[in-house]
Design a protein around this ligand. Structure first.
Ligand SMILES: [Zn+2]
Length: 446
C-alpha cells in the first residue's frame, strides 16, 4: 500500500490525448482517485499510462546472442532447438536470476506489468513440482513488477497428436486433468492459463481446459494461446484439420474477451474479422517476430477495424517499450512502402500507445486502464533532458521517444503510485546484473 499522494505533471497522455498541467490524485490503494488541472512545480514532464508487456518467456532472456550463427535452414525451428538446449540447463535458482534481470529491464524500459506465458515447469527428468513457477513469480515480486502468471498446458509434439518429445519433457502434462490439479497446487500464483498452441494441445481438449480454468480461477481468468505464428504451422494445420489455425480455434472453442491470440501473424482478413468480433486481443511481439523471421501481422487493418491489440516482448532479446512500438510501426511501413501506418492526425504515439495500453489491460483480464479515475496509478514519466527529447514540448515528446529514444529518456516508472525505476535504473541493479552474468556464464559453460 502506498500513502495517499498527488503528483503534478507538465502534461499527461489522457483518454483524449495530451493534456497539459494535470494533477493526479492517488489513493492508498495505489489507484487513481482523480485527475484535475494543476500547476507547477511539477513532479514530471510527460506522464504516460503504464504499458502491459502482454507476452514474456522470462528464461529466454538467457538466449539473446547465442542463436545467431547461420546454420541449417536458419528458421524458427532451428532457433527452437537452441531454445530447447537452454531450457534443459535452467534450474529454479538460475531461472530466478534470469527472470529478475528480465523483469528489472522491463520496468526500466517502460512496462508496468508482465504477462508471463510460463512453460518451463518440471525438472529435467520431468519430475513435477512448483519450484520453477515460484522462481518466476518470486522474481517479479522482488523487483516490484506486477505479474499475470499464466501456466502453459502442453501435451503433444505436433498436429498429428503424437506425444511430447524428450526435449519437451519439462513442458508437458499427460492430460488436462493433471494440468488442472497442478494449477490447484500453485494456489494464488496462477491467474489464468495458456494452452501453448494448436500443435501442442489437441483441439478436442481446449473446451475442457477453458471450462476447468473458469471453474478454478473465475470467469475473467485470461486464456492465451500462440497461434498462426509460422507459415509451416499454418500449412500443417490445414493439412491435418482442413482449416487455418485461427478458424480452427474459433470453430472449436468459444473465444471471447478472455482470450488473447499471441502473434496471429498470418491471420487472413476473415480470421481477423472473427478475432475482432469475438472481443479477443491479438498480442503482437514485433521485435521477436522480426528476430525469428515470422512475418508481419496486418496491424493497421486490425486497428482501423476497431480490433484490440497488445504488445509483448516474447523472447526478451531486448526489453524496451519504445523499441517494440517502433518495430511494430516500421514493420507496417516496410510492408506498405508508406509512413504513418498506426498514426492518427495528431501523430504516432498517442493513438498507438493508448491502443496498446487498452489491449494490454484486456489481455491481463482487467477492465481499468489508462489515466483515469479507478485505474491503477501505473505511470511512465518521460524526461525532457533525455537524449531523444531535448527541445521537445509534451505534444511532440512521445513521438520523439518512439522514433529515436530508449531507457535514458524515462525519468521514472511508477507502479501503483510508487517509484520502481528512476533515471533508467532500479534498486539493487548491480547485484541483479552480477547474478545474471554469473548465471549466463554457468549455463553456457555446461
Ligand atoms: Zn511466445
Amino acid at each position: 500500500m502506498t500513502a495517499e499522494k498527488s503528483l503534478r505533471f507538465r502534461a499527461i497522455l489522457g483518454p483524449a490525448g495530451i493534456e497539459r498541467d494535470r494533477t493526479v490524485d492517488i489513493g492508498p490503494d495505489g489507484r487513481i482517485r482523480d485527475i484535475r488541472s494543476g500547476s507547477g512545480p511539477f513532479d514530471g514532464f510527460l506522464a504516460l499510462p503504464g504499458l502491459t508487456n502482454a507476452h514474456s518467456h522470462a528464461f529466454q532472456r538467457a538466449l539473446a546472442g547465442f542463436g545467431e550463427a547461420a546454420s541449417g535452414e536458419a528458421s524458427f525451428w532451428s532457433w527452437r532447438d537452441a531454445m530447447y538446449r537452454l531450457a534443459a540447463r535452467v534450474t529454479p535458482e538460475r531461472l530466478f536470476d534470469i527472470a529478475r534481470r528480465a523483469y528489472s529491464e522491463m520496468l526500466r524500459g517502460g512496462f508496468t506489468r508482465v504477462i508471463e506465458f510460463h512453460y518451463l515447469h518440471h525438472g529435467p527428468d520431468g519430475a513435477r513440482g512448483t519450484a520453477m513457477a515460484e522462481a518466476v513469480t518470486d522474481a517479479a515480486g522482488e523487483v516490484g513488477l506486477p505479474i499475470t502468471f499464466l501456466p502453459v498446458y502442453y501435451r503433444t509434439s505436433g498436429f498429428d497428436g503424437a506425444p511430447a518429445t524428450a526435449d519437451q519433457a519439462r513442458f508437458s502434462f499427460v492430460s488436462v486433468d493433471e494440468f488442472l490439479s497442478w494449477i490447484e497446487t500453485l494456489g494464488s500464483r496462477a491467474d489464468g492459463a495458456a494452452p501453448h498452441s494448436l500443435r501442442a494441445v489437441p483441439p478436442a481438449e481446449l473446451d475442457t481446459l477453458a471450462t476447468g480454468i473458469r471453474d478454478l480461477l473465475g470467469e475473467d481468468a485470461p486464456l492465451h494461446i500462440h497461434v498462426s505464428e509460422q507459415t509451416r504451422e499454418v500449412a500443417e494445420c490445414e493439412e491435418r484439420f482442413g482449416a487455418t489455425p485461427i478458424d480452427l480455434l474459433m470453430d472449436t472453442v468459444s473465444v471471447d474477451r478472455r482470450w488473447s491470440l499471441v502473434h496471429a501473424t498470418h491471420a487472413t482478413p476473415s480470421e481477423r474479422e472473427r478475432i475482432r468480433t469475438s472481443g479477443a486481443t491479438v498480442v503482437l511481439c514485433p521485435l521477436t517476430e522480426a528476430y525469428l523471421g515470422d512475418g508481419v501481422f496486418e496491424a493497421r487493418e486490425h486497428s482501423r477495424a476497431g480490433g484490440f491489440a497488445a504488445v509483448g516482448t516474447d523472447a526478451n532479446t531486448r526489453l524496451s517499450a519504445a523499441d517494440e512500438l517502433r518495430c511494430l510501426e516500421y514493420g507496417q511501413r516496410l510492408r506498405d512502402e508508406r509512413r504513418a501506418r498506426l498514426a492518427n492526425e495528431r501523430g504516432l504515439g498517442s493513438s498507438l500507445w493508448s491502443w496498446l495500453v487498452e489491449g494490454g489491460a484486456r489481455a491481463a483480464g482487467h477492465t481499468d486502464h489508462g489515466l483515469r479515475a479507478g485505474a491503477p496509478a501505473d505511470l511512465v514519466v518521460l524526461d525532457p533532458g533525455g537524449p531523444a527529447l531535448l527541445g521537445h514540448e509534451p505534444e511532440s515528446a512521445l513521438d520523439a521517444w518512439l522514433i529515436g529514444g530508449d531507457d535514458r529518456d524515462i525519468a521514472a516508472v511508477y507502479v501503483a503510485g510508487a517509484v520502481k525505476a528512476r533515471g533508467g535504473t532500479i534498486p539493487d541493479e548491480g547485484e541483479i546484473a552480477d547474478r545474471f552474468a554469473g548465471t549466463l556464464r554457468a549455463i553456457w559453460a555446461d
